[in-house]
Design a protein around this ligand. Structure first.
Ligand code: SAM
Length: 468
């Protein structure tokens, strides 16, 4: 950053529009200024934190006027917790902004002709829509400025979410509006139990402490999975904690724990102990059951996942005799969902355990026309693979945020399947990939879907067809 710009304050900057990643934009002397935690229509003073020749980034330090579109956030943790950054914007506007992001990314990055972008499919639930939350125990609770200034002693143990950009600070959550059912009750009761029994909360810096992490998963079928991660193998305290949860919450249908003494909280490589109930929960869609184990991925907004999958199926325009490739299939949810409308579906995915789940999900639903393969997409999707299988009539692809590897895009260009349905949780990388695919494909339909109300995240589905 040029020294001249460092800490410079721009006064009376009008915030004009939303940009990507939840930032907003104002203009100063012809330059774009990206600002976080504001809303279009705000008039603010901004301290510049980063300056480049073409843009600046900054933080609002003073509000002269608040946007008329602002609403009061409903959560007491808003502003500190990184979870729902758009609670100050009403839901209709959130939806418009998300749709606009898709339009902007396709105009700026894809730079290809596109049809009218359909209005975003809103989520019927804008609170309590998540089926999975992940809480961290910490002995380093985030203290407010007032608490610090008061000079008093405060409880330092916490169970909640990480403060954005501070790996060791946890905001203690009293009520989270993202997950319904017994979620808030389980978290608060377990924290209370741990405090009153002087059980140690994890010390993230020194990597010691008994209670490390709590995952709660719920399903639309009313089941609940609770996974407790312990940072120490303590044969007395672990059963005490698990017994407490088992007795206090008979609603928990799958009660599990894992001892994790590694440097990070991921547990895909660790043994999960099934303490009580079943080792899985189940989701349901159109009569199909999807088994979700502790290590399985499942879209976190179940109701809206169904809407998303219906859009993908609709865009695929299947008649029943097609070979479909479902790339980045995860636990094979899309593959199994469209299987009855296709001759054969081939799913490919990196995570081996997910592929095992995908096969199991076909099996428990009596689906016999699916095949699943595990491996890195760019290594699996080769000329050999294609000559050993039927060529696809339709490719459905749902890559992670980084989008598709260039080798995969090039393979799709060589494959020339008549239709590609591209599902994405990041329209910027989707637009980049569509620009490459535009050598042979045209964009026929675009449908954004809102999976995550109160956040800036947007899911987008595009139907591409081979140019004649
Ligand atoms: C957005 S999720 C798609 C999930 C799935 N379609 C669903 O709706 O449940 C992306 C998936 O891509 C997988 N993945 C990421 N990188 C990969 C790669 N290089 N090769 C194959 N799969 C990959 C991830 O493991 C993840 O399951």
């Amino acid at each position: 950053m040029s020294r001249k710009m460092k800490n410079k304050v721009i006064t009376n900057l009008l915030i004009e529009r939303i940009a990507s990643e939840g930032k907003c934009v104002g203009y100063h002397e012809g330059k774009v200024v990206f600002v976080s935690n504001v809303a279009p229509g705000d008039m603010v003073d901004v301290r510049i934190t980063r300056g480049k020749s073409s843009f600046m980034e900054g933080e609002a330090i003073n509000f002269h006027e608040y946007s008329k579109d602002r609403i009061d956030p409903f959560c007491s943790h808003f502003g500190v917790c990184g979870g729902c950054k758009w609670q100050h914007i009403n839901y209709d506007l959130q939806k418009n902004y998300k749709r606009q992001q898709v339009v902007d990314q396709f105009q700026r990055i894809a730079k290809v002709p596109i049809p009218e972008v359909a209005p975003i499919l809103g989520s019927s639930e804008t609170k309590y829509y998540r089926n999975k939350l992940d809480f961290t125990f910490s002995n380093s609770r985030w203290l407010t400025r007032e608490e610090i200034n008061s000079g008093k002693e405060f409880e330092r143990n916490a169970l909640g979410f990480h403060i954005p950009k501070m790996f060791d600070k946890i905001v203690d959550i009293e009520h989270c509006y993202l997950q319904g059912g017994i979620s808030n009750n389980v978290r608060n009761s377990l924290r209370e139990f741990a405090l009153s029994n002087q059980l140690s909360f994890y010390d993230i810096r020194n990597q010691v402490g008994l209670l490390r992490n709590l995952i709660i998963r719920t399903t639309s079928m009313g089941q609940t999975m609770v996974i407790v991660q312990f940072g120490e193998n303590d044969p007395e305290s672990i059963p005490m904690v698990m017994e407490f949860l088992k007795n206090k919450f008979p609603e928990i249908t799958s009660l599990l724990y894992v001892i994790n003494t590694k440097g990070n909280e991921t547990f895909h490589d660790l043994e999960i102990v099934n303490y009580a109930g079943l080792p899985y929960i189940e989701e349901e869609m159109e009569g199909l059951k999807f088994r979700v184990g502790p290590k399985s991925f499942y879209q976190t907004n179940s109701k809206q996942a169904y809407e998303l999958y219906k859009v993908a199926r609709d865009f695929a325009e299947l008649k029943g005799d097609e070979v479909v490739y479902d790339l980045y299939t995860g636990t094979g949810t899309i593959a199994n969902f469209v299987a009855k409308n296709a001759k054969q579906v081939i799913g490919v995915e990196y995570v081996e355990a997910a592929i095992e789940d995908a096969k199991l999900n076909s099996q428990i639903n009596g689906i016999e026309n699916t095949l699943f393969y595990a491996g890195d997409m760019k290594d699996i999707l080769t000329e050999d693979f294609i000559s050993n299988h039927a060529k696809p009539d339709v490719v459905i692809t749902d890559p992670p945020r980084a989008g598709m590897h260039e080798d995969v895009v090039n393979m799709l260009l060589r494959l020339e399947s008549p239709t590609i349905v591209y599902v994405s949780c990041n329209p910027a990388t989707q637009a980049r990939d569509v620009a490459l695919l535009a050598e042979k494909y045209q964009v026929e339909r675009i449908q954004p879907v809102d999976m995550f109300p109160q956040t800036y995240h947007v899911e987008n589905v595009v139907r591409l067809t081979l140019k004649s």
